[in-house]
Design a protein around this ligand. Sequence first.
Ligand code: URP
Ligand code: ZN
Ligand code: ZN
Length: 496
Amino acid sequence: MAVLVKNGKIVNHDRSFKADVLCVDGKIVEVGTDIAVPENCQIIDATDRLVIPGGIDTHTHMQLPFMGTFAIDDYYTGTRAALSGGTTMICDFVLGGKGTSLIENFKTWKGWAEPKVMCDYTFHMAITWWSEQVREEMTEIINNYGINSFKTFMAYKDVFMLEDDEMLECYRHAAGIGALAMVHAENGHIIDRESKRMVAEGVTGPEGHEMCRPEHVEMEATQRACVLADTVNCPLYVVHVMSKSAGKVVSEMRRDGKVVFGEPIAASLGTDGTNYWHKCWRHAAAHVMGPPLRPDPSTPKILMKQLACGELECTGTDNCTFNANQKALGKDDFRKIPNGVNGVEDRMAVIWTKGVHSGIMDENRYVAVTSTNAAKVFNMYPQKGIIQVGSDADIVVWNPNRSRTISKDTHHQAVDWNIFEGLEIHGIAEKVISRGVLAYEFDGDKFHVEQGHGKYVPRQPYSEYVYNRIHQREKFYKPEKVEREPYTGPVIKLPQ
Ligand code: URP
Ligand code: ZN
Ligand code: ZN
């Protein structure tokens, strides 16, 4: 199976250059000019197009069982939609409740994903409770199941939330086994209390979802998580950075030398929380996710600028979709609205439009934040995230000069809503190659791969990109005792 992408401009994270790319049996085997065309080779013309690494979505929840129902986009519709938008790999979450086994959860989620995925996938593992069993299973998971990233929750009290002492234990163990800790940073105690107060005071609509957890609730938890992780010298990845103040905390922590990475998502980069005040309940509820989008309309641009200058690292979507009739479980009480939004299909276009087309970041940084950095952070580089010999042939022929308007009526996702409805985007994934096969063509809206085409991508511990400084700090940040003469003076007596 051979595919030759001709006449395009290759854009990697470090440079752009004119060259052709030959893919054979799923791998990139040659990058250059005057490549000899093998027999039975499919030729894709990329004249006047960019040729970029396939997007990696760092954060999805396909068919997640959540808040009494299941996310409507499953591993089939979700990954099919991903491909159509230029994403060739998703990082999904194994997310079991308290008291459940990590190993059993892994098997369940993999059983769901494997037969359905249209693109490659890997898993992060959620840690929703803490015990000796969980500690042992984390070790087992990292050694034998290919997962090196573990998400902890500071919110969803009594469901997924860990307390600080449990997070410390979890992070200490993560650092000992070469894992990356991830965090959902919101103060769950405040949310629990304030959401009850909000309802008691008669605010039952989606605006209450934001009002009971304004951005300082996210900011405080982000800061606390960074301090907890740093205390035990554990690298930390802050998922779904939704607010300017949380983004600022991540940036300040990085400036202070802490090993912290921040992930804004398509939603926080492409829209805002004013939608919660929309008069149409359905519209407002469609935007409900945690942490919420922020009503400050300057948020998306500031997060994009942070992404452009290296203060934030990767981009995901937190794609976790529920139809209007599922969201309606919370029609009389915002606390019952299933949390989650779309994004897996539109992330690449939203970031190109709001980031590159607008002049905030260049094409190379775009590649870094949409694929390369994810590959480095999660230890898949250079298998993923770059166009070079030996890498997986996940490639997008990107046309920056074409536009379209996002709509639920034309998107590929199963969900009956789109938070980017009506947004005119610039930049189209015209041809998408996954594992060396032309998987999707925009013109004619044609898919050429079936369910099960994607493969599980196992990942090793101790990502160099993440652990370099951790190892060095281990050597040099040891506590040193002061040698001194013993104290020989009087000591007061404490009452018995
Ligand atoms: O609202 C969200 N984010 N839903 C998915 C679960 C999570 O916290 O990531
Ligand atoms: Zn989360
Ligand atoms: Zn999530």
